[in-house]
Design a protein around this ligand. Structure first.
Ligand SMILES: [Zn+2]
Ligand SMILES: [Zn+2]
Length: 312
């Protein structure tokens, strides 16, 4: 056993329909989105029971009642969408429950175990993609920070939409100290074509590959903490991988972190658990109970992203 305790951290891309509106017909996710408030409630209960200080990276527009008028903003020039601000969920007459969650911050902050509220953009804009200029990034991050400030939160952590990293220096200017980096797996690197990545991810899941551990590193004045495992969702192809694999892999990752003193960084979207909430929450609880055993032995500590950045 390493002298230094390992670290367990968990980050949650909290977004409802904001995560997909520009890429696909969100109808197929509606059921999961509608279950998400209850999933979030249950996650809060689990994090209290197992004393996990999670980092909730929220799309800040979830908190804004909006008539869809974004004429004060200029759309980024993305190749897959014509007019970003014209096609937002709030602009297109989409059912409000799918994109508006004014209760969210209160619920997270009601937890007895202190949770961190971080950011996942204002409108889930893909900041690293071609067509997202400095100006677009400045407005996107600025708007998000301002919305959270209205809730008394000064966000310190950021998760890039689609993990597409760009304009990192802009984060620093807005007080952000840490972001989640691309998963540490070799096939998540930008040089591997996107079309090849999902089969490789599924293969790794199927063989229950041990997740790597990571260390925080500084980039452009902001700390990067790569992800190490996506908690297996029950959709998007993952349902064809073996059901218990996420738990088996997480256990290996936790052992690895405890042994080496490294960081095990689990992440997912709350709506991922909205397809089969009972089953997936039970699986997550099995992971958290292993975390608790390692913590009791002094082999692991649980920390939010912000605390990892400030404690370096
Ligand atoms: Zn809006
Ligand atoms: Zn997202």
């Amino acid at each position: 056993m390493n002298d230094k305790a390992g670290v367990f951290t968990i980050s949650l891309d909290t977004e409802l329909a904001w995560g997909m509106f520009d890429k696909s017909n969100i109808d197929k996710y509606k059921h999961a989105y509608r279950n998400t408030p209850e999933v979030i409630n249950r996650l809060c209960e689990l994090f209290d029971e197992y004393e996990i200080p999670a980092t909730w990276a929220v799309v800040s527009h979830l908190l804004e009642d909006c008539d869809g008028d974004h004429s004060d903003r200029t759309s980024p020039d993305f190749e897959w969408v014509n007019d970003w601000f014209g096609e937002l969920p709030c602009s297109g007459g989409m059912d409000k429950d799918l994109w508006y969650a004014p209760w969210l911050i209160d619920r997270i902050q009601d937890c007895k175990t202190e949770q961190e509220v971080g950011l996942h953009g204002s409108t889930h804009m893909q900041l690293g993609a071609d067509g997202c200029s400095r100006q677009h990034a400045e407005e996107e991050i600025g708007a998000a920070v301002e919305t959270l400030r209205g809730y008394g939160v000064k966000p310190k952590s950021f998760v890039f939409p689609r993990n597409d990293i760009g304009h990192v220096d802009m984060l620093r200017e807005h007080g952000i100290e840490v972001y989640r980096g691309t998963d540490a797996r070799w096939y998540e690197r930008a040089s591997i074509p996107g079309s090849v990545q999902p089969p490789l991810r599924f293969a790794d899941e199927a063989i229950r590959g041990t997740p790597p551990v990571v260390e925080p590193v500084e980039r452009d004045g902001v700390v990067e903490i790569p992800g190490t495992q996506v908690f297996r969702p029950s959709n998007g192809g993952w349902q064809y991988t073996p059901g218990g694999s996420s738990v088996a892999r997480a256990k290996k990752g936790l052992e690895h972190a405890a042994r080496t003193g490294g960081v095990f960084h689990l992440w997912f979207h709350p709506f991922n658990l909205g397809h089969e909430p009972e089953r997936d929450l039970e699986r997550l609880e099995r992971v958290l109970s292993v975390v608790r055993e390692f913590v009791a032995d002094g082999a692991l500590e649980c920390r939010s992203l912000k605390d990892m950045a400030s404690g370096r």
